[in-house]
Design a protein around this ligand. Structure first.
Ligand SMILES: CC1(C)CO[C@@H](CC(=O)O)CN1
Length: 431
């Protein structure tokens, strides 16, 4: 019996303490995609794609041992799927030694955009730097050329700020101060006031964001004379939850007052055109219903809004499997011309590895996460979305397509003082 199975490895963060446990929704999403691609008779010419996976807990060391076990236990794998920036860094740095491509569905660290260190890495999850051209675009739109930066001292934010500084320099935007903190933002926020910062880009995880917001309230760095840019992937009511548990000294009311009017940027992970049919034949809303059904069967109380981690990123995992199937399909067609197939791949066969690389590199299809295509460094090319918190609700203000430099603006922004806050103290000459 001809063995017509193609095997790939999967490393999913499921049950850890720290980091991102997005495998909880991303693994079921990947399994949905496997069923869908294997049901297509026009893909992989009769071969079946099989996924062998294990839990990394978002820990690089455990991720490395999962990878080792996947590689040193039969059957031989053709490629690795992975999540979490820390795990992807470890896996992608090593995978080249086995001539394996690595497809990351949950890694946002800008440090991964590095072909020298990660020659076989591709990611359907956009880099955190995808926010920066959008931030610049908004500053130009509202005439802000004097900004400040407040960041948590974490690798992902440090490298994002370096990229933002480069964009600011190129666009003639002055950074009056860059404040960073480890976990207590008190001094950093006080320094912002000293430097008369008015337009501030904030880069930190959500727990630090609550601490920052309470300090902002105390130092009165909010209201009609200030504009804050926060990250858009915190949960919607992030600024009024967990206050007791995290020892936040502000009340929910004070947090809401300080948060009013702030802007957020985030990468789009669900195709915006909800009734646009994607390569799988589904719209992104069809995908949502099927994912919810799969998660209910896995025991999550979706109807009670008990979503697993990684729900937001699930389309990225679904589309990652499609990208693999389409690339393998393209590679099979090429190999067949020389009487070969992917069954001829071995960990020392760089020739076939290069064919797979070429196939993934030229990916371009409409997935449930939108157009799936990669930059020369393997980064996901993605749209970003801009929102504003108005009356305690996030309102969509627009979308930005960096590649086309096209800002779709909905003219829904509202300012506490009724007009766009200036980026500096405006001296009004006495008449
Ligand atoms: C948007 C977010 C939450 C950013 O972190 C990613 C995880 C990581 O980069 O380790 C998952 N998606």
């Amino acid at each position: 019996k001809r063995d017509n199975d193609l095997h790939i490895g999967g490393i999913f963060p499921m049950e850890g303490e720290g980091g991102w446990q997005g495998g909880q929704a991303c693994k079921p999403a990947a399994e949905l995609a496997l069923a869908d691609v294997n049901a297509r008779s026009d893909l992989l010419s009769g071969f079946k794609l099989l996924l062998h996976s294990n839990d990394s807990k978002c820990e690089p060391g455990l991720g490395a041992s999962v990878m080792y076990n996947l590689l040193y236990n039969p059957p031989q794998k053709l490629l690795l799927l992975a999540g979490c920036s820390t795990v992807c860094t470890t896996v992608a740095e090593a995978a080249k030694m086995w001539n394996l491509m690595v497809l990351c569905y949950g890694a946002s660290s800008p440090a991964l955009s590095d072909r020298a260190r990660f020659p076989t890495l591709f990611r359907t999850h956009p880099s955190a730097t995808v926010h920066n051209p959008t931030r610049i675009k908004l500053m130009q739109k509202f005439g802000w050329s004097r900004i400040a930066i407040l960041q948590q001292a974490e690798e992902v934010f440090i490298s994002t700020v370096e990229d933002l500084e480069a964009h600011c320099k190129k666009s003639g935007i002055e950074i009056v101060t860059r404040q960073s903190f480890l976990s207590d933002p008190n001094d950093a926020v006080r320094n912002l006031r000293r430097q008369d910062a008015r337009v501030i880009v904030g880069l930190f995880y959500v727990v630090a964001a609550r601490r920052v917001l309470c300090e902002v309230y105390k130092h009165k760095l909010y209201g009609k004379s200030y504009v804050w840019f926060f990250i858009g992937w915190y949960e919607d009511n992030w600024f009024e939850t967990n206050l007791e548990r995290e020892g936040i000294e502000c009340t929910a009311e004070q947090m809401r007052e300080a948060a009013e009017g702030h802007l957020t940027t985030e990468a789009l992970m669900w195709n915006q055109n909800a009734n646009q049919t994607t390569i799988s034949g589904m719209t992104s809303e069809d995908f949502r219903s099927r994912l919810n059904e799969a998660l209910r069967e896995a025991g999550y109380d979706i109807d009670g809004e008990r979503f697993p981690e990684g729900y937001q990123e699930a389309p990225l995992a679904y589309d990652a499997v499609w990208a693999v199937a389409l690339a393998f399909n393209k590679t099979m067609e090429k190999l067949e011309k020389s009487g070969l197939s992917l069954k001829n791949f071995t960990y020392t066969n760089k020739k076939i590895a290069d064919d797979i690389y070429e196939a993934i590199n030229s990916t371009s299809f409409l997935g449930v996460s939108g157009l799936v295509a990669f930059s020369s460094q393997g980064d996901r090319i993605a749209l970003t979305q801009i929102e504003q918190l108005t009356d305690n609700h996030y309102i969509k203000l627009g979308y930005y397509d960096t590649q086309a430099d096209n800002l779709t603006w909905l003219d829904r922004e509202r300012w506490v003082g009724g007009k766009v806050p200036p980026d500096r103290t405006v001296v009004v000459n006495e008449l």
